[in-house]
Write a protein that binds this ligand. Structure first.
Ligand SMILES: Cc1cc2nc3c(=O)[nH]c(=O)nc-3n(C[C@H](O)[C@H](O)[C@H](O)COP(=O)(O)O)c2cc1C
Length: 235
């Protein structure tokens, strides 16, 4: 199925979870991508851990010596054009030590060639303008082990303008599937994917449902279940 302009939206998804298809991050990402695909998008997904991506050395060659081009020849050579060609980039990450996972951070640092060296002020803060002018949607899918939303503070800060999808206590996407709160969250993720592919905006109510917040009684249940499981697993 194509959207009303018969334009096929290209989505590039990059999952930073080292557990790849066994992880909760991938389950959540696939929920989003399957719905996007059903709404007519063309979806490509990569696991970042499988890619050859060197760490940025901070040499600034991509700004001053070979504008737009990094010194390294690795998978960023095709990934940068793939990001530029995509209409939507979906970054998926588990929260590790309150942060995004380092595989994603390494990739992010290597996107410096996409920025120009100049300083500009945007929303009261200094930043760099983009080297290329195509507007692209960014979606962040983040999962965490703890039940509190504070787990996503860094993710929010790093990808301020993006559409954020937050799943605290990520195992709930498997073990809590029958709970209305999880079903509502999963419905919201699917609806958001469909609306974004169709070029429709997300209203504040839907954006709120994409950031799952547990009421105190569910949080207590999660903690008790986790500790019971942990006791059994202890050798
Ligand atoms: C090394 C490590 C650090 C973690 N740090 C945090 C953390 O700071 N806060 C949190 O809520 N969960 C933390 N977690 C839990 C993961 O975010 C959570 O289990 C996530 O859903 C894993 O995604 P995956 O199933 O795709 O691997 C950590 C997990 C690992 C392995």
């Amino acid at each position: 199925m194509q959207n009303s302009f018969s334009y096929i939206m290209k989505i590039l998804a990059l999952n930073g979870s080292p557990r790849k298809q066994n992880g909760m991050t991938d389950s959540l990402l696939d929920l989003f991508l399957d719905s996007a695909e059903a709404a007519g998008a063309e979806v490509t997904k990569h696991y970042i851990i499988d890619l050859d991506i060197n760490g940025c050395t901070g040499c600034f060659s991509c700004w001053w010596k070979t504008p737009g081009k990094c010194i390294y020849r690795d998978d960023m050579d095709w990934l940068i054009p793939a990001i530029l060609e995509s209409d939507m980039t979906v970054f998926a990450t588990p929260v590790y030590h309150d942060n995004i996972i380092h595989y994603l951070q390494r990739l992010r640092e290597r996107t410096l060639p996409l920025a120009l060296p100049e300083f500009i002020i945007s929303n009261g803060e200094t930043t760099h303008p983009g080297r290329y002018h195509k507007t692209r949607k960014t979606v962040i899918i983040a999962t965490a082990g703890f039940p509190e939303s504070s787990a996503f503070e860094v993710t929010e800060r790093l990808f301020g303008d993006a559409t954020h999808i937050h799943l605290p206590s990520s195992v709930m996407i498997v073990h809590g599937k029958d709970l209305p709160i999880i079903q509502d969250f999963m419905d919201a993720v699917k609806t958001a994917a469909e609306r974004l592919v169709k070029g429709e905006g997300l209203d504040d109510e839907l954006k709120k449902r994409l950031k799952l917040v547990y009421p105190p009684e569910i949080k207590e249940m999660i903690i008790n279940q986790h500790n019971e499981m942990s006791d059994k697993m202890n050798p």
